[in-house]
Design a protein around this ligand. Sequence first.
Ligand SMILES: [Zn+2]
Length: 437
Amino acid sequence: MRTLLSLLFLVFTLISNAQNSSPAEGPFNQLIIRGATLINGNGAPPIGPVDITVENDKITAIDVVGYPGVPINDDKRPKLKNGGKEINANGMFVLPGFIDMHGHIGGNAQGADWDYVFRLWLAHGVTTVREPSGRGVNYATDLKRKSEKNEIIAPRILAYTGFGQGSKKPISTAEQAREWVRQNAKNGADGIKFFGAEPEIMKAALDENNKLGLRSACHHAQLSVARWNVLHSARAGLTTMEHWYGLPEALFDDRTVQDYPLDYNYQNEQHRFGEAGKLWKQAAAPYSNHWNEVMNELIDLDFTLVPTFNIYEASRDLHRARRAEWHEDYTLPSLWRFYQPSKISHGSYWHFWGTEEEVAWKENFKLWMTFVNEYKNRGGRVTTGSDSGFIFQLYGFAYIREMEMLREAGFHPLEVIRDATINGTEELGIGNETGSK
Ligand SMILES: [Zn+2]
């Protein structure tokens, strides 16, 4: 049986918060979580009461021990061994730990340190994080090792290095790309985060990365997307796309570049985010031939979407994102300052943001959500990622908001949980260690 190990973190977090005790309890030779209602993450409906037995950090049994509203017969329950620990989870739900497929571990500009970020993630049930680029491979792999050894309280970390990061020269040939990819694997990274590059370089890097058995992510930045969109990436072996850029471009059927106004400047964040809000409308209409063909090919290529809906929510409703009730208690002052209108801070584009921009974004979301929901319905893999630390979105809280927005896109709550758990483990290749069965 594969383990549901991560769910323990969730329970521990709840318990330690409730009792205000030391969070550094265990591990125990045996642990029994009693009387819980289980949602196992594979799409199955809730079931309970169950007793979950864990030995040597692996789930060894999940026993259904009764019926709702009926006293449980103690004779039929698993017995606690000497030195074991019990948790009464009566009235609680237990589910696999959540996987944040797009989790930046803070940032210097935000003044957010790993300790702050990890606590917020764990308190929201996020027990595995894929770190895309961010603060450099050494920063992420160092924390990853400490987390593995239980030296720090942290989620499981998978480090995806920004392509080219640490290279002394810009990567301008296919061979340089391959060399960088090999070195990245030696450095202990789990994959690569791309932002787009010359087609020959993307092809070489993805090919080499796949040969090494590593995974990859790409934010298809507008600077490269005219020549290399999501479909090019998927054909060349990219495993996940971040956000949504590059997808409308793959769906164009009456143009080849986005309809940029002629005074557009990519360094101007208002231009960048304002015009992005009009982009889905320029793509093929939902359920048209081209729309269907692109979707079906991506699904055939086993390509994974990481939509990160939440990180754009302020674009459709700035007031809601800015006044979220947790900011006062949980948002660091330095992070709050980072969010404020700025020509420099990424995603702080609030100089001329009005109703017109918000309405455009609402329509943008509808078209985007239609694609993502149908992708799931046709068997495509969708996962859950937050990209917190920008645009008024806070670590952990934003992950839950992402789940709500998947629900809004049309996902059943059990589909939302599956995408947040098993689908993530599948994409990351860690399904034998964690997730569910
Ligand atoms: Zn990001």
